[in-house]
Structure formats: structure tokens, C-alpha cells
Design a protein around this ligand. Structure first.
Ligand code: AMP
Length: 498
């Protein structure tokens, strides 16, 4: 059943803002006879219904239930929603429908002016959004392309010259194209600013203003943001006209589905503790956060050295390297991905079981963004933070935001396997959608893990203690390939999620 909607006045926004607040549960059929919200009832056209059915979506998520009719009515929207709520389809489906009358197969670029512009903070998000545009628009002859920095500009230029109705872009590269007159935005009817808070965090406000200045004043504006700090409200106030505000609780709020664990540990001990936790929890898919790019590289290298397959993802790596690292991680080939906040922002990694904060973020909102990668799709996840003494003040900020104290691991021995304990009720520490062999593999390793004593430097387990879980030849790197190999295929790709 859809939660009750509430109407509220939002400060600092133009008058006539309508707030539609929905809860985390998707609309669903209900034995009590409550009206079922279906994609059909939202007024989507047959071509889009087919695309939605192809994806295997049964019913709209809360944000889709609210955003689709509002966008179809050409209302401006301020959407408070994180990645994972289905917001991309929430704005892409109605956008495609509004543009459908312009769909044509003419080869003339003049027949394909940019009519919708979607601006995102990161390359990964831009690529994902454009993939969604293609997926949902596959039965309509509308053209789309994506432009972002860090890759050759020429193919992008060609695509723009050929003409596209829907352009997905990061701000810097879009400005490059505007400066080079590769694209004309004077026919844009719909503007989407996705993850507006992160764009402002990344210092894109001047770029966004320059882009806005090239758009026609008469247009529909959709702004999505996970948080609404003052700067985002100010941007929204200048941009949106009589917007409908749609607020969607994350599918899983941290309090509900993510279990938090804090390990108080000195900085030099963190790496050994991380390696220990990865092994003792038999983590097969874990996103590890650091603050600096160089630390991401270094930590990934050190983990490799410790025999744990790991990759790094951050903004200094080429787009191809980032995409490859992400793909291998999603597929379960690389169990550990070390990331910076910016690189991980907006990544659609479904149902990630573990997030480790190797370093705490300096902004408590980033903690929420980080742990928003796990505990999705109604499944619990674990957020483990390694906190050095000089990070305690950041921990306090996070606890203030979450309005509760996060549980401390008494000592690392609590991370060893025990017959029953707070962690053991978590049913799926391995990548979800794992083949049925996976749980079996999980039964063994914990018993053989060495006790870990915080008061001593970390020492790897003696061979005799680990032998029970390994083939005699397995060692170092191979040891960690073994459980991963059982999961090859890891997460389902979009087309498989049916
Ligand atoms: P987003 O929040 O847009 O990043 O979407 C998160 C994930 O939810 C994506 O993998 C989508 O494919 C998936 N998704 C979007 N809409 C639905 C839906 N109505 N039912 C099931 N999954 C969906």
C-alpha cells in the first residue's frame, strides 16, 4: 500500500510548492483491496510499457508513482531521492513520453535538436543514465548520447553533429562542447539536474550557471538531490517554477537495514585489520572507502600484496579503467573495490553486502551516501568503519546525524566466527544472486580464522589454521580467488533482472 501523502510548505522555495512525501515501500498489490498502482495507471504509452516489461519491473517504485504523472503534466519537480530508489526511470520514462511526438528516423541533424538535457556530476552516473535512456526508449526512434570528460572528444562531437533529442552530460565536458559550438541547446524543453547536491559539492555551480544561460527560459525543470542543503535550495528556488516536491525515503533507511560496526584502530593497523575482516567475514564483495585518490591506489596495491584481489576506482583513472574495475566488481571477479567518495557516487551496484569505511568521511552526509550502497532492495547490509583516534570527531558528527551511537566492536576477535552472535543472523554476506553453492562455501572459513588481538601487530594465520579451508596448493592470491570463483557471474546484469 502506498503511504499517505502529506502536503508541507518548504522554506526558501518559490510559492506554491507541493510536497509529496512517500515512504520506502513500493506500491504493491494488497489483499486489503487497496488500489494497486501500476505502470498502466500512470498513463505510460505502450512503447514504454513494453520497455518496462522487458526489464521485468512489476510495479512502479514510490518515486516513479509520484514523478511520472507529475512530469507528464509538465510540472517542475524537486525530487529528494537517492540512487537505488528508481529515480532514473522516474524521470526518464515520462521524459521519453513527452518527446515521443518528435521521434523520427530522418537522417537530417536538423530534425534531431537537443530537446532534453540531463546533467549529472560524474561520468559513471552519466553513462548509467544514458544507458537507462536507451533501455527505456528502445521502442522509440529517439536519439540520445552521453558526453563526459576524460575520453576522446571527437566521437562525442560526431554524435552531437548528427543530432540527438536527449543529451546526458557532465558539466565540464558539456561546456567544452558548447564552447566549440558542437551543440546548440536553444531547443531544450526539459532540463534534469541529477544529484544536484553532489554537483554543488564538486564545485560545479559556476558551470551549471553557464549551462543554464544557454537554455531557453521556457522549459520544464526537474531537480533531483539526495540531500537539500541551503545551496541546493537556493539553486532550486532560482530554477523551479511551482515545483512539486517529491520526497522518497531511501528504500532502506540506515537505521532499518544496515548494521553499523565501528572498530577503533590506529591508522597503521587499519590495513591488517581490513585484510583480517575481509577474510574472517568471507567478504566476496566489499566496497572500501578512502578519502584520497592516492590512498585508493595504495590500498588496492597493498591488498593485492596481501593476497586479496582488489581494484581502485577514482577520478584520476581513465574512464576505461574505471568502467572495467566497476564491471569486474559487479560480476564478482574482483571482490574488493577501493573507492573515493566522488568515484563511488551514484554507482548502481545492486544489493552490495558490505561497505567498509577505511577512513571516515569528513562530512556525515557522505557517510550516508557511502552506506547507501548497501542494504538495498530490502536486504540487510553491513557498514564497517575503521576509526583512528583523530577521526573520532567525524564519528561524533555521524552519530549526531543518525541520532544514535554506533556499536563498537570490542575487539577484533568479535569478527571471528562464533556459533551465534549479532552478525550471524545476517543471511547473505556474499554477493547476492550468488549461485546456491555460495552459502556452503561460507560455512567453513570462519572456524579456522585466527583470533585477532588489537594489542599486537597483525600476523597472518599460521598455515595449519587456514589449511582446513584451502586446497593444499592454494596460497596468497589464489586463496581469495577460490570463493570468488564460485560466484562468477555475481550480480545480475540489468537484462537478467527479470
Ligand atoms: P536508480 O535509483 O534509478 O539508480 O535505480 C536503481 C535500480 O532499480 C536500477 O537498477 C533499476 O534498474 C531498478 N529499477 C528501477 N525501477 C524499478 C522498478 N519499478 N522495479 C524494479 N526495479 C526497478
Amino acid at each position: 500500500m502506498l503511504p499517505r501523502d502529506t502536503q508541507t510548505t518548504i522554506p526558501n522555495l518559490p510559492a506554491a510548492v507541493t510536497l509529496v512525501r512517500t515512504g520506502p515501500a513500493p506500491a504493491s498489490p494488497d489483499s486489503s483491496g487497496t488500489t494497486k498502482v501500476s505502470f498502466v495507471s500512470l498513463g505510460l504509452m505502450p512503447e514504454l510499457m513494453r520497455a518496462v516489461a522487458d526489464q521485468g519491473y512489476q510495479e512502479p517504485t514510490p518515486i516513479q508513482a509520484k514523478a511520472i504523472p507529475a512530469v507528464l503534466q509538465r510540472r517542475d519537480i524537486m525530487g529528494c531521492a537517492q540512487t537505488g530508489t528508481g529515480k532514473t526511470a522516474g524521470f526518464t520514462l515520462p521524459l521519453l513520453q513527452l518527446l515521443a511526438p518528435f521521434a523520427n528516423t530522418s537522417l537530417s541533424p536538423a530534425k534531431h535538436p537537443v530537446r532534453a538535457l540531463i546533467v549529472t556530476p560524474t561520468r559513471e552516473l552519466a553513462a548509467q543514465v544514458e544507458e537507462s535512456v536507451r533501455t527505456y526508449g528502445k521502442h522509440l526512434p529517439l536519439r540520445s548520447t552521453v558526453v563526459f570528460g576524460g575520453v576522446d572528444i571527437n566521437p562525442q562531437m560526431k554524435a552531437l553533429h548528427a543530432g540527438v533529442e536527449i543529451l546526458v552530460a557532465t558539466p565540464g565536458r558539456l561546456l567544452d562542447h558548447l564552447n566549440q559550438k558542437n551543440v546548440n541547446l536553444s531547443r531544450v524543453e526539459i532540463l534534469v539536474l541529477d544529484e544536484a547536491d553532489r554537483m554543488l559539492d564538486m564545485g560545479f555551480l559556476p558551470d551549471i550557471k553557464r549551462i543554464l544561460a544557454t537554455l531557453p527560459p521556457q522549459r520544464q525543470n526537474l531537480l533531483f538531490s539526495a540531500t537539500f542543503p541551503e545551496e541546493v535550495r537556493r539553486l532550486a528556488a532560482g530554477l523551479l517554477r511551482g515545483p512539486i516536491m517529491i520526497e522518497v525515503a531511501p528504500r532502506n533507511t540506515p537505521a532499518e537495514l544496515v548494521s553499523h560496526q565501528v572498530h577503533l584502530v590506529s591508522m597503521p593497523r587499519k590495513r591488517a585489520l581490513l585484510a583480517h575482516l575481509i577474510r574472517s567475514h568471507d567478504m566476496r564483495q566489499v566496497l572500501v572507502f578512502v578519502r584520497m585518490k592516492r590512498d585508493a591506489n595504495r590500498l588496492a596495491r597493498q591488498l593485492q600484496h596481501d593476497g586479496i584481489t582488489a581494484a581502485a576506482i577514482h577520478s584520476d583513472r581513465t574512464q576505461a579503467e574505471r568502467m572495467q574495475a566497476l564491471e569486474e566488481f559487479k560480476q564478482g571477479k574482483v571482490p574488493v573495490l577501493v573507492a573515493t567518495d566522488i568515484a563511488a557516487r551514484g554507482l548502481d551496484i545492486e544489493e552490495l553486502p558490505y561497505v567498509v569505511n577505511f577512513e571516515l568521511p569528513h562530512s556525515p552526509e557522505d557517510y550516508l551516501h557511502r552506506i547507501g550502497r548497501t542494504g538495498r532492495a530490502g536486504l540487510p547490509g553491513e557498514a564497517i568503519s575503521l576509526v583512528a583516534p583523530d577521526e573520532l570527531k567525524f564519528l561524533e558528527d555521524i552519530e549526531r546525524l543518525l541520532k544514535r551511537k554506533l556499536p563498537r566492536a570490542e575487539r577484533a576477535a568479535t569478527d571471528d566466527a562464533r556459533p551465534a552472535g549479532p552478525r550471524e543472523h545476517r543471511a547473505h554476506p556474499a554477493p547476492r544472486h550468488a549461485p546456491s553453492r555460495a552459502p556452503q562455501a561460507r560455512q567453513h572459513p570462519p572456524r579456522s580464522q585466527p583470533k585477532f588481538d588489537f594489542s599486537k601487530p597483525y600476523e597472518p594465520a599460521p598455515a595449519s589454521e587456514t589449511a582446513a579451508t584451502e586446497t593444499p596448493a592454494a596460497s596468497g592470491r589464489d586463496r581469495h580467488k577460490r570463493p570468488t570463483a564460485a560466484l562468477l557471474g555475481g550480480l545480475r546484469s540489468k537484462s537478467e533482472r527479470k
